[in-house]
Design a protein around this ligand. Structure first.
Ligand SMILES: Cc1ncc(COP(=O)(O)O)c(C=O)c1O
Length: 488
């Protein structure tokens, strides 16, 4: 592009890009389209002519077309129904539009004056999420004064991903038990109860906050990684015996590895009994709150103090977009203590600032992604998508049960399912699972993941794409068998 103000040229290149991206989606949507762009790094550097462009610049409208084509080919094709790997959404088109709009406008909206429309949407979208959990929505800022009890309603903030959202929740939990930690540093007697199997971002949050991994007291789980209710009391007793204070109890809804839910009712009651902070990491599962047939997995969630919802997982919005939500606005407002006189002017202004509630200073207009998906599709359709993908995982479970070559350890609760190629003698090794997965990815035929459960290697799918059907899942199993035969 010759210069930034040549809007006519931008329009042409943008039209070329849109046209290419649309045909990319159409082609990738076909059954049998490549699921992966896996290639060695040196090969990608060469194919994309990276060194030339880095040193000389000079990309033109024509050469950009070629570059984009090769860039897409060497990337993961989430739109392919054979991509059944990670918990990343195949973004729906309204959400995709928000990416374009945000990139042009570039409103860093954490302070209202830097993105009034986006900040307004964030306030509304967050309230919608709070209501789904069963919490009291935050009143409009212009109705709040000193007389409003900030404990009487909930609040939340959109942030760049579930890991930051978990960290935000842990900071609020810390402020509750150790209000002076922000100024005086972290007391050495804080402990956090974390299920033995949980997303690493929870442990990372604890480490970032300076509690040290010694602060983590693992809650015992059953053989498929679900919290054992009995172990709550024993873990808590250990914390007390060690002379420590429990800062938070974490539940998975659902767990990353297996997609199973921890028992929220029992955990909520346990936390209420001992007056402990209850954090629900619902990065993956939260969108089920919109789905009539599966929202029961969230029974008891209203007892939580904090809740994390990744919209870029099951709400079909592009990365990154997550919410950190709190039953008490007061708790969220205690998470950070920052004076930034160049941003928070202390004037009696219009609108809503989220800057005091998030790690980020410059924050993308995340709310537009969620809002456009709701506005175009409707809340009901978003819920039906979740029900439909969860049901497809159940059908995959039945397919697996019909084949002697496979072992499937549990019935899925979400769209995540682990399974293992065991072979007729049941002796297939962990290495074989890895080899099969990698080979499928190299051949670009299927992209799936794998995980360890109780030290045993499983193959793992996450059925995110609405086009992944029984036919594709059947051919996945055929392919696994074929490769196992090839490697034997
Ligand atoms: C349960 C859970 N928590 C946290 C995360 C981290 O979220 P993000 O990747 O958005 O940072 C994930 C991501 O897979 C998850 O499954």
């Amino acid at each position: 592009m010759t210069n930034q103000n040549d809007i006519a040229e931008f329009e042409k290149i943008a039209a070329d890009t849109l046209s290419k991206l649309s045909s990319y989606q159409l082609e990738a949507n076909q059954s049998g389209s490549p699921a992966s762009g896996y290639a060695p790094m040196r090969e990608i550097l060469q194919k994309l002519d990276v060194e030339n462009y880095m040193q000389n610049g000079g990309m033109t409208r024509e050469s950009f077309k070629g570059f984009l084509n090769r860039y897409l080919k060497n990337s993961v094709q989430l739109h392919s129904p054979s991509f059944i790997a990670h918990q990343v959404s195949v973004p729906d088109n309204p959400g995709i539009l928000s990416g374009m709009i945000n990139s042009v406008m570039n409103n860093p909206m954490a302070i209202y004056e830097m993105g009034p429309a986006a900040a307004t949407l964030e306030f509304r979208v967050v309230n919608w999420m709070l209501e789904k959990i069963g919490w009291v929505q935050e009143p409009m800022p212009d109705t709040v004064d000193e007389s409003v009890d900030r404990d009487s309603h909930a609040a939340g903030v959109l942030v760049h991903g579930g890991s930051l959202a978990n960290l935000t929740c842990m900071l609020a939990a810390r402020a509750k038990v150790a209000p002076n930690a922000w100024t005086d540093g972290v007391p050495s007697d804080l402990a956090v109860m974390v299920p033995k199997v949980s997303h690493y971002s929870n442990e990372r949050a604890v480490a970032i906050m300076g509690l040290g991994s010694k602060a983590i007291y693992p809650i015992d789980v059953d053989e498929w990684g679900v919290v054992k209710v009995k172990s709550l009391e024993t873990t808590y007793a250990k914390i007390k015996a060690d002379g420590k204070r429990c800062m938070a109890v974490i539940a998975n809804a659902s767990s990353t590895a297996t997609g199973l839910h921890d028992p929220l009712v029992a955990m909520g009651e346990f936390c209420q009994k001992h007056n402990l902070w209850f954090h629900v990491d619902a990065c993956h599962g939260a969108t089920a709150l919109l789905a009539k047939d599966v929202k029961h997995y969230f029974d008891g969630v209203e007892m939580a103090d904090s809740f994390v919802w990744d919209a870029h997982k099951m709400m079909q919005v592009p990365v990154l977009c997550a919410a950190a939500l709190f039953k008490s606005a007061k708790d969220l407002d205690a998470a950070f203590h920052q004076d930034a006189s160049y941003l928070a002017y202390g004037e009696n202004r219009e609108g809503y600032d989220s800057i005091q509630r998030a790690v980020e200073c410059t924050k993308s207009s995340l709310s537009l992604k969620i809002f456009l998906n709701i506005a175009f599709r409707g809340e009901q359709a978003l819920g039906e998508f979740v029900s439909d993908r969860y049901a497809m995982a159940k059908r995959f479970y039945s397919l697996l049960k019909q084949r002697h070559n496979f072992y499937v350890p549990y019935e899925p609760e979400t769209n995540i399912l682990c399974f293992r190629f065991q072979g007729v003698d049941g002796k297939a090794t962990d290495e074989l699972q890895q080899k099969i997965r990698f080979e499928m990815m190299k051949r670009k035929e299927f992209h799936i993941t794998s995980t360890l459960i109780n030290g045993v290697r499983y193959l793992r799918v996450t059925i995110m794409n609405k086009l992944t059907d029984e036919k594709i899942l059947t051919s996945l199993l055929d392919k696994v068998e074929e490769l196992a035969e090839e490697f034997s």
